[in-house]
Design a binder for this molecule. Structure first.
Ligand code: S3P
Length: 172
């Protein structure tokens, strides 16, 4: 049963902020897989990448995604931007939840991440020049395009949440 409401999208697209708004609107619990990884390992995401590498981060991320998908109570789940690259995670979350993708113009993503306090530092994969970020975004597009997309470039988190709730009600 598609019980959970799940958000994917590139780094800086607004998954966590919008997820919190959605959870408040629905009266559901909110979980962010990056936060759960940090809690589980007791170190920050850049430290996980630096000490153990991206491969280990992805293993823990897949495990956390499997665990949250098993929750009995419907939950709003914000994923890390790369979580759905794993085909098993994708299959599991597509079964257990309705996934929406937040999209945003790359220049606005860069502006948001660079202006947020500590935001670039907390995202090892964002520490790259624009051309590399564009390549990463393009490589991920086929995954992101599997899901209904909501453009956040010129919208507030409340407007984005509103649009997702509208889609959620038409899709269930
Ligand atoms: C990643 C996105 C990050 C975090 C990690 C890797 C990615 O989450 O999971 O740094 O591969 O896109 P956000 O999308 O919440 O920034």
């Amino acid at each position: 049963m598609k019980k959970h409401l799940i958000l994917t999208g590139f780094m800086g697209s607004g998954k966590t902020t919008t997820g919190r708004v959605l959870a408040a609107r629905l009266g559901w619990e909110f979980l962010d897989t990056d936060e759960l990884i940090v809690q589980r390992l007791g170190i920050s995401i850049p430290e996980v990448f630096a000490r153990y590498g991206e491969g280990y981060f992805r293993q823990v991320e897949a495990q956390i995604c499997a665990e949250v998908s098993e929750r009995t109570r419907p939950t709003v789940i914000a994923l890390g931007g790369g979580a759905l690259l794993n085909p098993e995670t994708r299959k599991l979350l597509e079964t257990r939840g309705r996934i929406f993708c937040l999209v945003c113009d790359l220049d606005e993503l860069i502006r948001r991440v660079q202006h947020g306090e500590g935001e670039v530092q907390s995202r090892p994969l964002f520490q790259a020049e624009r051309a590399r970020l564009e390549m990463l975004l393009n490589a991920r597009r086929p995954i992101y395009e599997r899901y209904p997309q909501v453009d956040t470039t010129r919208s507030t988190p409340e407007e984005v949440a509103e649009e997702i709730l509208r889609l959620w009600n038409t899709l269930r």
